[in-house]
Design a protein around this ligand. Structure first.
Ligand code: KG4
Ligand code: ZN
Length: 363
């Protein structure tokens, strides 16, 4: 089965082609056209500019994906598209293009929740992804088994999701204010590091601390008796620290020390809550998902905690190319939905039924 997928929920115009054969997946093409340069000067994503850019690029990325995989429309069996959540003007470009292709090519169409895509990126079993799986795990387990506990960390979401079976999600905790990615982006802006902030903060945080901060940053809600998060206070703590030491912004050692401490505070909270949830729910697999899963420290430190404390759990992280927004993750989620026939009762001429929803819920 060959799936062509589109993703335009934020600032990447993406098209992928995925082949599924006897339960094994190969990504035949994974094309992402990034708008980072365009939005960087505004310090964040401008929805209408994003939509205009998606419109310019969507046909180009589809063409490129078909060319790369040496396929034509006739070879495609299913079309998948992110239909929420995200920025409406941006989402609509992907959804309307997918509907048009579905109508013209007479192929079934499946709408996918963006976060479901991020979670299922962990199931891509192609060559690059398998190599990225954490080596030297103590756990003998190599297969993904349920229940899965997934830490979802992106620009718009921070959630602990429990999956007892495929396509079934129980949100056991989530952020009460900012998402982790959003906090990274805001801290980068406060420190003058540009957009997107996550990779910029992570880069500054590398190396030995040469500047000692007066006091550690807070670890919000780390001791709270639930699995929720809060990152807005941490971001404000960085703002106050910088305001108090404005002249030090020119000192690279100070900026590096703030980035390192901020990143560590984020890792401490995320990991401590994930481990606590793991002890309550006894998952067989721990997964990381969403754009912030590209963060090297988070990948490493969560892996180390799982190794130390959860001897029988498998630890999964998506390959970096499937961590940040891409369309391969949408295709693989669609493959599972198609196979399990979840929300896909009518798959003939169904392009009319697909709705775009900025606040789509995960279910
Ligand atoms: O999943 P994603 O690509 O888009 C959304 O669904 O939001 O996540 C984007 C977020 C941004 O906030 C970006 O700063 C963050 O992921 N991010 C990172 C890293 N790479 C991307 N945060 C920390 N460290 C990184 N290496
Ligand atoms: Zn995303």
């Amino acid at each position: 089965m060959i799936i062509l997928s589109l993703e335009t929920s934020c600032d990447e115009t993406a098209c992928a082609i995925l082949e599924e054969k006897n339960g094994a997946f190969s990504v035949l093409a994974n094309i992402v056209s990034s708008q980072i340069a365009l939005h960087a000067k505004w310090g964040g994503v401008v929805p209408n500019l994003a939509a205009r850019e998606h419109l310019k690029n969507i046909i180009l990325v589809i063409d490129e994906a078909l060319k790369k995989s040496r396929l034509t429309s006739k070879d495609i069996n299913l079309i998948a598209v992110t239909n929420g959540p995200g920025l409406i003007p941006a989402l609509l470009i992907g959804v309307e293009t997918a509907k048009t292709l579905s109508y013209l090519w007479k192929k079934p169409l499946i709408g996918i929740h963006h976060i479901e895509g991020h979670i299922y990126a962990n199931f891509i079993s192609d060559k690059i992804s398998v190599e990225s799986k954490v080596k030297s795990q103590k756990s003998k387990e190599t297969k993904i088994n349920f229940p899965i506990l997934c830490l979802v960390v992106s620009g718009g979401h921070t959630q602990l999701v429990l999956m007892k079976k495929h396509l079934s999600y129980e949100i056991i905790g989530e952020t009460q204010d900012d998402a982790v990615g959003e906090a990274f982006d805001k801290v980068a802006r406060i420190l003058g590091l540009g957009y997107p902030g996550g990779p910029a903060v992570a880069k500054e945080a590398v190396g030995v601390k040469k500047y000692k901060l007066e006091a550690p940053l807070p670890r919000p809600m780390i001791k709270s008796d639930n699995f929720n998060f809060s990152f807005s206070g941490l971001k404000t703590a960085v703002l106050y620290l910088v305001k108090k030491n404005e002249k030090l912004l020119k000192n690279n050692d100070f900026v590096s020390a703030v980035c390192q401490e901020f990143q560590q505070a984020v890792c401490d909270v995320l990991i401590s809550k994930t481990m606590r949830a793991a002890k309550k729910y006894n998952p067989k697999t721990i997964m990381l998902a969403g754009g912030v899963s590209a963060n090297t420290e988070l990948r490493k430190q969560l892996g180390a905690s799982v190794q130390d404390e959860l001897l029988n759990a498998l630890y999964m992280i998506p390959n970096i190319s499937y961590s940040v927004d891409n369309a391969a993750m949408i295709a693989i989620a669609a493959s599972f939905r198609y196979k399990l026939k979840k929300n896909t009762r009518k798959l003939k001429n169904n392009w009319e039924d697909l709705e775009t929803n900025a606040n789509l819920k995960l279910n």
